[in-house]
Design a protein. Structure first.
Length: 283
């Protein structure tokens, strides 16, 4: 995620913004830097507390819930649910932000229902650059888009049979898209840890089979995005062992361990979790 976002001067003339209560106006402004390249973020009140206002005692989860409801009702910054998970989406993001196409990361979070028709199946907003001479810095800035394309191609080849070889089993396109979104989310999370966690370039047969088994048990991709946001809670400072994607999908219990670790995480005096999650690029 970018370190900051632009606030257009037109906000001073916005009747919708002016109609907000003072607390809602404050939270509205504080949310903007945390929205991703597509104007989205996870919208649970606990996540907003952890990411947006971790050091402000005033902002309890109850007050966050109330302010988010007011913001949703009066502005174009909408909060909505997909299954059990809350999301936030700025419906006029492109009108107020200028983001270079070659730096736009994959769109892995769902859109507000009013924008569903504008989403592609795999929610990728831009194609990765094709210049083989692209620098390592640019590859990092574009969020590993080439890695994502390679992963996508490899998985399609393995699913459908490459070079005339018969596929081990036919994988539905919907499953491939789900795997792409989950791997994208893992890689975005992994590179923002210190030190970075291991990224996924090629699933390989075992991890692919394990992932398909986990998707059969838990087909809701948004549930897996929540799990991936919880993975950093399994990281212990100075510990030799660190979670890998292979470990995560090896057993259903491992995903549950991440969620439980997040819920059991100690909180500081202001009610914010002490975790690297607040440094994530996506969730």
């Amino acid at each position: 995620m970018a370190k900051g976002r632009m606030i257009n001067t037109r906000i001073s003339q916005s009747t919708a913004f002016a109609s907000l209560s003072q607390p809602a106006r404050e939270l509205f402004l504080l949310l903007i830097p945390h929205l991703d390249d597509h104007g989205k973020m996870l919208g649970g009140s606990g996540i907003v507390k952890d990411l947006v206002v971790p050091l402000i005692p005033f902002w309890t989860q109850a007050r966050i819930e109330k302010a988010l409801g007011e913001i949703d009702k009066k502005t174009n910054l909408k909060r909505f649910r997909v299954g059990p998970q809350w999301f936030i989406h700025s419906l006029k993001w492109e009108e107020h932000q200028t983001i270079r196409a070659d730096r736009t990361k994959a769109d892995i979070l769902p859109s507000h229902p009013s924008h569903i028709d504008n989403q592609t199946d795999n929610q990728v907003a831009t194609k990765p650059p094709q210049d083989d001479s692209e620098s390592a810095d640019m590859r990092e800035q574009t969020g590993g888009m080439k890695e994502k394309e390679k992963f996508k191609e490899k998985e399609k080849e393995k699913a459908n049979g490459a070079n005339g070889a018969a596929p081990s089993r036919k994988i539905p396109d919907s499953k491939i898209r789900a795997m792409e979104r989950i791997v994208d989310a893992w890689n975005d999370m992994a590179r923002h840890q210190d030190p970075p966690l291991e990224r996924v370039i090629d699933l390989g047969k075992k991890r692919r089979d394990d992932m398909l088994a986990r998707l059969a048990e838990k087909p809701d991709v948004t549930w897996w995005l929540e799990v991936i946001l919880s993975v950093p809670y399994k990281c212990r400072p100075g510990a030799e062992w660190r979670p890998t994607f292979g470990w995560l999908v090896a057993k259903e219990g491992h995903a549950l361990e991440c969620l439980e670790a997040r819920r059991a995480a100690p909180v500081n005096g202001n009610g914010a979790s002490n975790s690297l999650v607040e440094r994530l690029a996506r969730v």
